[in-house]
Design a protein around this ligand. Structure first.
Ligand code: DON
Length: 574
């Protein structure tokens, strides 16, 4: 009796409060588009926010030539590869959530890297069995097969309006004619100078004359320009087959890597069904596995939907959110991996019933030590990865997070291609129960296997409400998930694009059991109250650079904000 009453209450909460809809196979099913968006309203103008003004301008240029949000996304991503190679690029991968206005189609684009067929876990172990950070993060063994080119080709050919020649033109022009690297890129190159010196093609590209590019100097990358031209002319064949593929394989194998032509030939970017969660009347469309981000965001929002955060003081609000974060990250570590390889209990993790159970365990005034929740540590994330957000005049939306993983990826450039390889292999659980560079622990679900995608925290999202929409995301390693979650909550609370991007942040990821806090997030009263509840607060310097575009559909006003933590970013309405 009590069970059915409980069940009815829960069913009601599923219908009224939110939750994720499921197909019979347990995969998340698309909830209908938010009724307000079925009006086929168009903003009539466009907005782009990215971490580099040259990339934002490239996207605006392609829109002005008649492209849509997806063509602009190809221009922004390829330009970032040239002007912001420390964060993302041609040798890396991305994840995207797209919304197509004409039919309300929401789709996730998985252009995540894959392990090569010859992947061998022993390559990432020292003789004493401890993790070998060197092979996991530097040089060709650290690189997965790139997804970025295939993802951009898919974006352009299935969703864009323009030929690749046009959407890739700004990147090709900047790579060929040159640009002035900003202080961040010059500083990043200086930080990893010793690594770059180990690989002749890396040194030739990033250390002209043996030194990082000087302030104000024009920097060119003709090899990368040529590789983009081959992609523009031949699509995937321009990268994954033929001349470029052969050069990539030769360079990787000559320096101790194990890629084959078959690895490149077999790479496919994939379309997947996004995760959809409903929270306080908003429909949040976000990243499914092989990202852990959307699952965690959905789980956290499902837990929070049983609380009224607006009635709480700041300390209790933070306490409640941190407890939800803690529980979601525990599950992240234990269950998630590449959906093509592992069976995941998504129906359980995303169900409001499960969230109800987790909510019961949250004490009103006391932190739950992570050690009391069965199972699964964190490093300061380097700010290397990038997110951009676009809404075009027709209401098409692109939310894209792209990465080469750590600082300048593997620091390995494949000779003759201009392709800087990622070091995404570190996102696998290379050594069970040993943290990766972001302190994340993993299980067999995220163990490396030939052709498998490594788990990601990237959480590109679109938030659709009755009158307002936001396209949102951030870099930040494991903190991506919590930063995007906080951005979603701030948007739902009515904040503007700039307020959301600037908002001070905090993070908890189950282990280590501490709340990482940006300077100025909490006033002394809140910090004291949280400490009394049992929280260990730890200041963290680096936070992700969030790029947000919002659309007020009542006034048709677009707003674009680039994170003020990053002076070279640009959010612009056109
Ligand atoms: O896919 C991931 O989760 C990581 N490779 C993202 C890395 C990142 O965000 C780096 N820092 N900001």
């Amino acid at each position: 009796m009590s069970v059915s009453l409980h069940g009815r209450v829960l069913l009601l909460s599923l219908l009224l409060v939110g939750g994720v809809a499921f197909a019979a196979d347990g995969s998340p099913k698309l909830a209908p588009t938010h009724p307000s968006l079925q009006l086929q309203q168009r903003p009539g103008h466009a907005a782009i926010a990215s971490a580099n003004y040259l990339a934002t301008n490239a996207g605006l240029e392609v829109l002005a030539r008649g492209g849509n949000a997806f063509d602009a996304a190809v221009a922004v991503a390829s330009t970032l590869s040239v002007v912001e190679p420390e964060s993302s690029g041609i040798g890396g991968g991305f994840m995207a959530v797209l919304h197509r206005a004409k039919d309300g189609h929401d789709v996730f684009i998985d252009a995540r890297e894959t392990a090569p067929a010859a992947v061998n876990s022993k390559d990432y172990l020292n003789p004493d069995g401890s993790p070998n950070r060197e092979t996991a993060l530097k040089g060709p063994l650290s690189a997965g097969i790139p997804g970025e080119p295939a993802g951009l080709v898919l974006l352009a050919t299935r969703y864009g309006r323009l030929p690749l020649q046009q959407s890739l033109a700004p990147a090709i022009r900047l790579a060929r004619d040159g640009f002035k690297p900003d202080a961040r890129l010059r500083g990043t190159i200086a930080d990893v100078q010793q690594d770059l010196q180990r690989w002749p093609a890396s040194a030739a590209k990033y250390l002209p004359g043996g030194k990082p590019p000087a302030e104000g100097a024009i920097w060119r990358d003709p090899d990368q320009a040529r590789t983009w031209e081959l992609i523009a002319a031949h699509g995937n064949d321009g990268f994954y087959r033929g001349e470029t593929a052969q050069k990539l394989v030769n360079a990787v194998r000559a320096s101790g890597g194990n890629w084959t032509l078959a690895d490149l030939d077999g790479y496919q970017a994939k379309e997947r069904t996004p995760i959809v969660v409903n929270y306080r009347g908003y429909r949040i469309v976000t990243a499914p596995p092989p990202s852990s981000g959307g699952v965690a965001i959905a789980e956290i929002l499902n837990i929070l939907s049983g609380f009224d955060l607006s009635k709480m003081d700041q300390a209790h609000r933070v306490h409640t959110i941190v407890e939800a974060m803690r529980r979601a990250f525990r599950d992240h570590n234990d269950y998630l991996g590449d959906p093509d390889f592992v069976k995941m209990p998504l129906d359980m993790l995303l169900s409001p019933y499960y969230a109800d159970g987790l909510r019961q365990g949250i004490l009103p005034d006391q932190a739950t030590p992570s050690s009391m929740l069965p199972r699964a540590e964190a490093a300061e994330p380097g700010m290397h990865t990038t997110h951009f957000s676009i809404i075009d005049a027709d209401g098409n939306m692109a939310s894209i997070t792209s990465t080469v993983n750590y600082i300048l990826g593997s620091t390995f450039v494949a000779e003759g291609t201009g392709v800087l390889l990622n070091d995404e292999m570190d996102d696998f659980a290379l050594v069970p129960d040993k943290p990766n560079v972001y302190g994340l622990l993993g299980s067999s679900a995220n163990a490396p296997q030939p052709g498998k995608r490594m788990l990601s925290s990237m959480s590109p999202s679109i938030v659709i409400g009755a009158d307002r929409t936001a396209v949102i995301g951030s870099p930040g390693g494991s903190t991506i998930i919590t930063q995007v979650l906080e951005g979603i909550l701030h948007f739902i609370d009515g904040e503007s694009a700039l307020q959301i991007a600037a908002h001070k942040r905090f993070h908890h990821q189950y282990m280590p059991d501490e709340v990482m806090v940006e300077d100025g997030t909490f006033d002394p009263t809140t910090s004291d109250a949280l400490t009394k509840m049992g929280y260990m607060l730890k200041q963290r310097e680096s936070w992700g650079f969030m790029n947000v575009v919002t659309w007020d559909r009542k006034t048709n006003q677009l707003d674009a904000a680039s994170d003020p933590r990053r002076p070279s970013g640009l959010g612009k309405v056109q």
